[in-house]
Design a protein around this ligand. Structure first.
Ligand code: USQ
Length: 390
């Protein structure tokens, strides 16, 4: 298949490109390198040193024997998107090119507006370009489990049957997101559903949980590393806990740590995305997947890192710091996740094994982590936007 990856330079994008290329898919990526700039903006960098795109592509050829094509471009620019679709007419387009950090979107009004306008505009540009020049393309749109929030009932995969005042319907499950970033994905989901309804485009909307890990089966050489963020804005919970443990810093569990989320390893994330690509929807179908291995509370994860860290000779510690976010301390959480299993998804990495790999991999880059120690502790506060004057 010809698979296009929007955001190929990112954490999942690069790992997915290698995974698909090794399996014989023709991969073409597009990126404007904005994540590199935005991570620099908050004073950080990737824990793993990452090469330029040209060097990455060369390394993929030398190490894995695969060819990856690349176009530099911004998906917010419609003419760029349309030309891309006209040229490559991909069988699938995986949209991983949105601003993906909740804290980044909460910094101030500019970051909130930037997140929502860029995320929503890029997705709209893609569906318009598909409709105009490539209607056979299957759009795999990265959404987030955070769209649903934490309702006090089970969470279905996108839709549920509801009865109200004696009448029944099959409707989108309510979305109750918890950051401007997560809301941008909710708005996207509405737009994707509508694009499918009016033009019959094939769309898979992927509600993914928090991703963790430093490697996949294809990342077998230092030159093939994908990025790995750990600062308070770009790093996610479990990845940050491993970095904190390597640095001898306490793990920053926000509040009591009762917040529960679905988590998935990077290896399993790219496996799921491949299954979705290789099993496209029927013509005119819009489908929703909940993509995660297992739900864990934040405290449970910190305790796992503590246990594995201790076994490996680190001196882990857990700190309960005031929660900078507005979220429930503890709550019911039971999302369904059967559809990917029906496509053949089987979890490949056990959490403790993956934590061992992460702690080992990150220890090799301890100097890079030390150098950015100051940007690890949380400072972006949901209740207090920073001075918005530019
Ligand atoms: N948390 C801590 N300590 C930390 C960092 C986070 O306790 O040092 C807590 C947060 O308060 C939250 C949970 O861990 O309750 C998850 O936070 P996160 O930063 O790991 O993840 P989140 O902001 O939800 O966003 C990440 C990705 C986003 C993706 C989302 C999937 O950045 O792109 O959409 O995970 S989900 O969480 O399922 O919505």
């Amino acid at each position: 298949m010809i698979v296009a990856i929007g955001g190929i330079d990112g954490y999942i994008g690069w790992a997915l490109a290698l995974h698909l290329a090794v399996r014989g898919h023709k991969v073409v990526g597009i990126d404007n390198f904005i994540t590199r700039k935005r991570v620099e903006e908050v004073g950080s960098w990737s824990a793993t040193p990452i090469l330029t795109m040209q060097e990455r592509i060369k390394a993929a050829k030398e190490v894995l024997g695969v060819d990856i094509q690349f176009v530099e471009g911004d998906l917010v620019n419609y003419s760029v998107v349309r030309s891309f679709f006209e040229k490559y007419k991909p069988d699938a387009f995986v949209h991983l090119a949105e601003q993906r950090s909740a804290p980044y979107s909460m910094i101030d009004v500019y970051h909130a507006v930037e997140t929502q306008t860029q995320n929503i505009a890029s997705s709209l540009n893609i569906v318009y370009a598909m409709k105009e020049v490539s209607p056979h393309t299957h759009l795999v749109k990265m959404g987030t489990m955070g769209e649903y929030g934490t309702p006090n009932i089970d969470i279905p995969e996108g839709f549920f049957e509801v009865e109200y005042h004696g009448r029944k319907d099959y409707l989108p499950f309510p979305r109750m997101a918890s950051s401007w970033y997560h809301w941008s994905k909710v708005h996207d989901s509405g737009n994707m559903m509508f694009a499918n309804k009016i033009w019959g485009l094939k769309i898979s909307d992927v509600m993914q949980g928090v991703v963790y890990g430093t490697r996949t089966n294809e990342i077998v050489d230092e030159r093939l590393h994908t990025r790995f963020d750990f600062d308070e804005v770009w790093g996610t919970a479990l990845n940050r806990f491993c970095v904190q443990t390597v640095l001898g810093l306490p793990m920053t569990v926000y509040g009591k740590g009762g917040q529960t989320r679905g988590f998935i390893s990077l290896t399993d994330s790219v496996q799921c995305l491949r299954l979705i690509i290789e099993n496209p929807p029927d013509k005119g179908e819009y489908r929703v997947f909940n993509q995660f291995d297992e739900p864990y509370s934040v405290l449970e994860l910190a305790q796992k890192v503590y246990k594995v860290g201790k076994e490996m000779g680190f001196e882990p510690a857990i700190a309960h710091v005031p929660n900078p976010r507005v979220e429930a301390e503890s709550h019911y959480y039971n999302p369904e996740h059967e559809k990917l299993k029906a496509l053949g998804f089987k979890r490949t990495r056990e959490l403790e094994e993956e934590l061992r790999n992460m702690l080992r991999d990150l220890s090799r880059y301890k100097n890079r982590l030390e150098a950015k120690k100051d940007v690890i502790f949380p400072r972006t506060d949901w209740r207090r936007a920073r001075n918005p004057v530019r």
